[in-house]
Design a binder for this molecule. Structure first.
Ligand SMILES: [Cu+2]
Length: 156
């Protein structure tokens, strides 16, 4: 921190006013929820969690307005059969990331009590970590992935 060595009183005051965090803490990127057929009560959400701290963190719960509950799931393949299992937590390594993506970890939204989300809609997800920190993220509803479907629509 060069700024702390500066003798300018204003700069010191500024440095003291800023949180002395390592990087940005936890940040969430590329959150999206897969569009499902209108009859479906469930939907899967995907995102990436970056951990800029020097402490291992754990995602322990998720909430979303519009769904009765949400769980952390992992898709696994066993004897050629794909299925998913409930996980109590997802580790975000210190200085690393945790990726939730199709075929792996995902957020399972269950018990829909809103109109079926369509591609282009947005859903708010609240991620809850083991130390009680909550992160709210806006997830884009999409058919194939975040950032809109126009550039990589494989259906035609
Ligand atoms: Cu699932």
């Amino acid at each position: 921190m060069n700024r702390l060595a500066c003798t300018c009183a204003g700069a010191i005051a500024l440095a003291l006013a800023l949180p002395l965090s390592a990087g940005e803490g936890l940040t969430i990127h590329g959150a999206w929820v897969r569009e499902m057929p209108p009859v479906a009560d469930n939907a899967a959400g995907y995102l990436r969690i970056d951990n800029a701290t020097e402490t291992e963190r754990h995602l322990v719960a998720v909430e979303s307005e519009g769904y009765a509950r949400a769980e952390i799931h992992e898709s696994i393949e066993e004897d050629g059969m794909a299925r998913m299992e409930h996980r109590e937590r997802l580790t975000v390594p210190a200085g690393g990331e945790a990726v939730l993506e199709p075929g792996g970890y995902h957020i399972m939204l269950m018990g829909r009590d809103i109109d079926p989300p369509r591609a282009g809609d947005e859903l708010e997800l609240e991620l809850i970590f083991d130390d009680g920190e909550r992160k709210t993220v806006t997830a884009e509803v999409a058919r194939h992935g975040p950032g809109g479907d126009s550039g990589h629509n494989m259906e035609h």
